[in-house]
Design a protein around this ligand. Structure first.
Ligand code: ATP
Ligand code: MG
Length: 366
C-alpha cells in the first residue's frame, strides 16, 4: 500500500514544497493521506508544518490568511482552492485540560500549544487519521508514529491513546468514528463500540457549530446511508440528530434510507451536485410525507394554503437543536414544496423558472 504521487493535487504539492523550501518541515496529513492510501481522490488537503502562522504569512504573503481564535490556522489560496495549513500542536496536558471552557457549553481548550510532529500525531483522534506524507523526496515519505498504516491495511478504527478518555475529551470523535465506519467500511473493536456508546450522550454539550460542520461534511460524501446507519447502531444518532433518529426505525426511516442509498449512488457517479440543501431535504422528505399524507399509497402531499409556513416550521423542528441560517431553511422549504409539483409535472415551464429548480430537480430525481 503506497501513495502514487501523481494522484496528489498539484497545488497541495506546491504548498508543501514552498514551505519546505523556506526551511520548515511540512507534510500532507489527515484524511487526504488516508484517502490517497486507499486510492480515493481526497476532497480536501490538510497540511501540517512547524512553521508558525506568522511564518506562513511571510512565506505566502497575501495568498495566506490567518483564521480562527482557538486554533489559529492558515488558509493558503492556490489555483482557486483553499488549503488548510496548521502548525504542529500538542495535546494540552492534564492541568491545561482542567482549564477547559465547559461553562459556556463549548467544551474547547483555551490554549493553543505548539509542539513537534510526533506530538501533533498523538493529539489526533484515530490512528488512520494520523499519517503524515512528505510528497517531495523521490517516491515520497510516509511518517507513521501510531501504527496507522497497519490499521488502514486491516481496515480497523483505533483511537490514539485511551479511547474512553479521548472520547470524553471531545465527544465529536464519536461522530468521526461513525464516518470511518460508513465511508470506508472500517470496523471497530467491541470495546471501542462500548466506549462510543457511553461517550455519545456528551454530544449534547458540544458546540452546535462543530456538530453542524460534521453533518455538512457527511452530506458532501456519497456514504450518507452507511454513516447515519452506523451512527444509529452506535447510539450516536440519537444525540447527534435526534429527529432523524426518531424516524429511523419507522416506515419513514425505511423510505429515508432508500432515498439516501439512491442519493449516494448518484453522488458517486456525479449525476447530482453534493448540496447540503438537497441533502437535508432528502433526509426530511419521508418524515414530512408521513406527517402530511400518512397513506404511503398516496403520492406525497397536497400543497394547500399555509403549507409553506407549516413546512418551514416543521423542518426547523426536524433540525433541532441546530439553527441553520434562514436562507438555508427557506431553500429547503422551497425544495420540499416543489416536490408534489414535480411529481405532477404540472406547469413545468413555471417551475423551471423557480430559483430552486435545479435543487428541486436533483431531489426529485433521487
Ligand atoms: P474528511 O475526509 O472528512 O476531511 P478528515 O479526517 O480529513 O476527514 P478533517 O475534519 O478534515 O477530517 O480533519 C483533519 C484531521 O484533523 C483529521 O484527519 C484528524 O487527524 C484531525 N482531527 C479532526 N478532528 C479532530 C478531533 N475532533 N480530534 C482529534 N483530531 C481531529
Ligand atoms: Mg480533511
Amino acid at each position: 500500500m503506497r501513495i502514487d504521487k501523481r494522484s496528489i493535487s498539484r497545488d497541495a504539492y506546491r504548498i508543501v514544497d514552498t514551505i519546505q523550501a523556506s526551511g520548515y518541515e511540512a507534510y500532507l496529513v489527515g484524511g487526504a493521506v488516508r484517502d490517497l492510501l486507499l486510492d480515493r481522490q481526497p476532497k480536501d488537503y490538510d497540511i501540517s508544518t512547524d512553521a508558525s502562522p506568522e511564518d506562513l504569512r511571510r512565506v505566502f504573503g497575501r495568498r495566506a490568511r490567518i483564521i480562527g481564535r482557538r486554533f489559529r490556522l492558515v488558509h493558503v489560496y492556490s489555483g482557486g482552492s483553499v488549503y488548510e495549513v496548521s502548525t504542529f500542536r500538542r495535546r494540552p496536558d492534564l492541568e491545561e485540560r482542567r482549564g477547559r471552557d465547559t461553562d459556556s457549553g463549548l467544551m474547547v481548550w483555551r490554549d493553543n500549544c505548539y509542539g513537534t510532529v510526533e506530538q501533533d500525531a498523538r493529539r489526533r483522534d484515530f490512528t488512520v487519521n494520523a499519517l503524515y506524507f512528505d510528497p517531495v523526496p523521490g517516491d515520497g515519505r510516509l511518517v507513521d508514529f501510531v501504527g496507522g498504516l497497519d490499521d488502514i491495511k486491516a481496515r480497523r478504527v483505533q483511537m490514539i491513546g485511551d479511547a474512553a478518555e479521548r472520547l470524553a475529551e471531545d465527544p465529536v470523535r464519536t461522530i468521526r468514528a461513525c464516518k470511518l465506519v460508513g465511508q470506508y467500511g472500517f470496523s471497530l473493536s467491541s470495546d471501542l463500540r462500548n466506549d462510543i456508546r457511553s461517550a455519545a450522550a456528551a454530544l449534547d454539550k458540544c458546540a452546535n457549530a462543530r456538530l453542524v460542520e460534521e453533518l455538512f461534511k457527511i452530506l458532501k460524501k456519497p456514504h450518507t446511508c452507511a454513516t447515519f446507519g452506523a451512527a444509529s447502531d452506535l447510539g450516536v444518532l440519537v444525540h447527534f440528530f435526534p429527529e432523524l433518529f426518531a424516524s429511523w426505525s419507522t416506515q419513514a426511516g425505511h423510505v429515508c434510507r432508500r432515498i439516501l442509498a439512491s442519493r449516494d449512488a448518484m453522488l458517486a457517479e456525479g449525476s447530482i451536485y453534493p448540496s447540503r440543501v438537497t441533502g437535508l431535504a432528502m433526509l426530511m422528505i419521508a418524515a414530512l410525507k408521513e406527517q402530511l399524507e400518512p397513506d404511503w399509497s398516496q403520492p406525497l402531499w397536497v400543497n394547500d394554503a399555509g403549507i409553506d409556513r407549516f413546512i418551514y416550521e416543521w423542518s426547523r423542528n426536524f433540525m433541532r437543536p441546530y439553527r441553520l441560517p434562514k436562507q438555508v431553511m427557506a431553500k429547503i422549504r422551497d425544495v420540499l414544496l416543489m416536490q408534489p409539483k414535480m411529481l405532477r409535472g404540472r406547469s413545468r415551464k413555471r417551475i423551471r423558472r423557480h430559483p430552486e429548480f435545479k435543487r428541486s430537480e436533483d431531489t426529485f430525481r433521487v
